[in-house]
Design a protein around this ligand. Structure first.
Ligand SMILES: Nc1ncnc2c1ncn2[C@@H]1O[C@H](COP(=O)(O)OP(=O)(O)OP(=O)(O)O)[C@@H](O)[C@H]1O
Ligand SMILES: [Mg+2]
Length: 378
């Protein structure tokens, strides 16, 4: 899959942009603060529905403008070509269009896949469980629309259930038969959607594990071993939907008293974590910076391979200013991946760190103050 067209209107520092990128390598250079990351962010937004950087959606709209539009035409080998457009406004909720048809925002995700490498990725290894859950949700959402629905359903149920638990606590813990009935109804919603979320996370991590191990072994030249593991807040015997649902149901009953006392939901996917181990030790606390970076790259390589397996075509690769931080081995590995037929957008302040073969194979752009100029074609 690759973008044939990308158009931006009032997106970040781009007033108006129309790009027809190469189906292979696109190298975008420019000084700091000219719009390199912003360009990748637009592509990321179209693929995932989320901004690349945390913050309010309004921040994506160009200063002084009322609304913004991001549009891409995507060529896909295994399914029809598709056009995705997101309209952002300061006053209205966003509108997502797929082939001109308007969709509820979340359900338009996953029309195409991206794998992004940026300095912020280290948060997945080093950050909090919430960072890793966010990562899991994004990745699985890009591969599965069912997951998007389960997650949305779960969030709604969780919010309502928490509201109910809180109001019971605030009313002094008095429980009437009708509140019990209401609570049980929310329990069932929680179990229904939550088991879907947990089973999907379990499957995703199981599929990613061997690929990440393989990648890490290659990147460390066989010296280190990576393992990744799902750490859900409940236990189950086998990861079948019904089994997981039953275990979740039982756990909820066990913590009911405690939940009523505290006024909030204590177990479920909102407490999950993804654990990374290098040579058997948790990477977050024990791995060196270099090991953490290798683990990170391995995870990304694994995502690339997994997308390739599931979609039968490579995802679009976004490399945001990461080449200069890498040693030769890792840089070569990364580029080898992008050379396997993937479209790639690679940003850098200068092209000097790139091997000649890459420069020769790339379409080169120069970005300055939200304007992009084509410098050369391969
Ligand atoms: N909503 C917005 N409207 C206008 N300009 C914005 C908006 N949001 C961010 N910018 C500006 O966009 C500029 C470019 O940002 P970007 O992150 O793309 O730079 P970059 O080229 O990646 O730089 P670096 O090399 O430092 O990473 C910044 O100067 C920022 O102030
Ligand atoms: Mg940048």
């Amino acid at each position: 899959m690759y973008l044939t067209h990308l158009q931006l209107k009032n997106f970040r520092n781009y007033e108006c942009l129309h790009l027809e990128p190469d189906a292979g390598l696109n190298l975008i250079t420019g000084e700091n603060a000219q719009g390199k990351t912003n360009l990748l962010e637009a592509i990321y937004l179209l693929a995932t529905g989320r901004p690349l950087r945390a913050g309010r959606e309004e921040e994506l709209i160009r200063w002084g403008a009322e609304d913004a539009t991001v549009y891409a035409h995507i060529h896909r080998e295994r399914s029809l070509e598709v056009q995705v457009q997101i309209d952002l406004s300061r006053t209205q909720p966003r509108v997502v269009r797929v082939d001109g048809q308007t969709y509820r925002a979340a359900l338009a995700l996953g029309q195409f896949n991206v794998v992004v490498f940026s300095a912020m990725d280290m948060e997945i290894v080093r950050g909090q469980p919430a960072d890793r859950r966010r990562y899991l949700d994004l990745e699985i959402s890009m591969l599965s629309p069912t997951y998007v629905r389960a997650l949305a359903g779960y969030r709604r149920a969780l919010e309502q259930r928490n509201r109910l638990l809180k109001s019971i606590r605030e009313s002094g813990g008095a429980i009437t038969p009708s509140t019990i009935e209401l609570l049980e109804a929310w329990d069932e919603q929680l179990v229904r959607y939550g088991s879907g979320v947990m089973v999907a996370r379990e499957r995703f991590i199981s599929a990613l594990r061997p690929l990440a191990r393989q990648a890490h072994s290659e990147l460390s030249e066989g010296r280190e071993e990576l393992d990744i593991r799902y750490a859900p807040s409940i236990e189950w015997v086998s990861p079948e939907r019904e089994q997981v649902a039953e275990c979740f149901r039982q756990h909820i009953q066990r913590v009911r008293e405690e939940e009523l006392r505290r006024g909030s939901t204590l177990i479920g996917p909102q407490r999950d974590d993804l654990l990374l181990f290098v040579d058997g030790k948790e990477a977050r606390t024990y791995a060196s910076q270099g090991q953490q970076r290798t683990a990170m790259l391995s995870l990304k390589r694994a995502e690339f391979e997994l997308t390739l397996q599931e979609r039968q075509e490579p995802p679009i690769v976004l490399l945001d200013d990461v080449m200069s931080d890498l040693d030769d081995l890792r840089r070569t590995q990364l580029l080898r991946m992008t050379l396997r037929g993937a479209q790639a957008f690679i940003t850098a302040t200068s092209a000097e760190t790139f091997p000649q073969e890459i420069l020769a194979a790339s379409r080169m752009y120069r970005v300055q103050d939200g304007q992009i100029q084509l410098v050369s074609r391969p």
